[in-house]
Design a protein around this ligand. Structure first.
Ligand SMILES: [Zn+2]
Length: 306
């Protein structure tokens, strides 16, 4: 997820971004506050980012062992896993429609392994990497014995250049300190002609426009806020071609959405969801639905000859 956990004594200093990682511009305009952190817009390329960004120590605190599911309740974990596997099946359908239906697959930021479980059922030879030991253990338990799940930052795979036909990173690129370096690393891991599949919140989405400074994706750990335009430019700079922007629907249930709003409470919404979940039948509240979720998918290719 992030490149901040390796240090045994993370820094307490917030990180000021002096030059835009996309266009190298140095003029930033204030937009709003996100969880106490200023959101700014680069006037050169319209990329939005937190600036200054949380310290390493603040991010370590945020990525606690249960970061990837909403609290300790087993019911929450079940609801989240059900939705994530249904969303994974949807993403795999999108990949199949683009002619990608097998091969050696690496998921970066594999979390609890729900995407890999679905991909393994569809003839992909899967591997995962996550910086959280807790998530790595959960992934390993869900996957067939012997499935490689690497624990650490993506840099631990540096010696595996040109190993994969597909690299997947769902809800990861908005977390990393240096998106360009992250994409360079992924490109190096891909075989010539291999694909990258990214999912990230869409700052140009109707939910972002409607909710303004109350947009649900404004979080201290979301360091960058891409649109299809800015991510396309970042992918191009990293040497990717054949860039396709696809819809970002996810499978969500009332249970999942409720747990999200319990974790990130919003006045006027969290109590209504709690009420609905209490009065509606479980069979209804647990059922995942395909809904627009304020994000988008980007699919791009490493050139066959670079
Ligand atoms: Zn810029």
């Amino acid at each position: 997820m992030s490149d901040v956990s390796a240090s045994p004594a993370p820094s307490n200093s917030r990180v000021t971004v002096s030059a835009c990682p996309l266009c190298d511009g140095r003029k930033f305009s204030p937009v709003c506050l996100s969880a106490g952190h200023p959101v700014v817009r680069c006037e050169g390329c319209q990329l939005h980012l937190l600036n200054p960004q949380p310290s390493d120590a603040e991010l370590v605190e945020i990525y606690h062992p249960h970061y990837s599911f909403f609290g300790d309740e087993q019911a929450a974990g079940v609801a989240v896993s059900r939705c994530k596997q249904a969303t994974a099946a949807h993403y795999l359908d999108q990949l199949a429609k683009s002619g990608i239906s097998g091969g050696r697959l690496l998921e970066v930021g594999c979390g609890d392994g729900d995407f890999l479980v679905q991909a393994a059922r569809r003839n992909f030879s899967v591997e995962g990497i996550d910086y959280s030991p807790h998530s790595c253990r959960k992934s390993q338990a869900k996957l067939p014995p012997g499935t490689p799940v690497h624990c650490g930052e993506i840099s631990v795979l540096a010696g595996r250049s040109a190993s994969y036909e597909l690299c997947v990173a769902c809800d990861v690129i908005e977390h990393v300190r240096q998106p360009g370096v992250f994409l360079d690393t992924v490109r190096n891991l891909l075989q010539p002609g291999g694909w990258i599949f990214l999912v990230t919140p869409d700052f140009a989405s109707w939910t972002a426009r409607l909710m303004g400074s109350r947009w649900l994706e404004f979080k201290a750990e979301h360091l960058f806020y891409f649109t299809p335009t800015t991510l396309r430019r970042q992918l191009t700079q990293a040497g990717f071609t054949d860039i396709r922007i696809l819809g970002g629907k996810k499978m969500l249930s009332l249970d999942y959405v409720t747990w999200h709003f319990v974790t990130y409470p919003v006045v006027g919404i969290t109590p209504v969801l709690r009420f609905l979940r209490a009065v509606l039948p479980k069979s209804w509240s647990q059922r995942p639905w395909l809904v627009p979720a304020g994000g988008f998918v980007a699919l791009a290719r490493k050139p066959a000859r670079s």
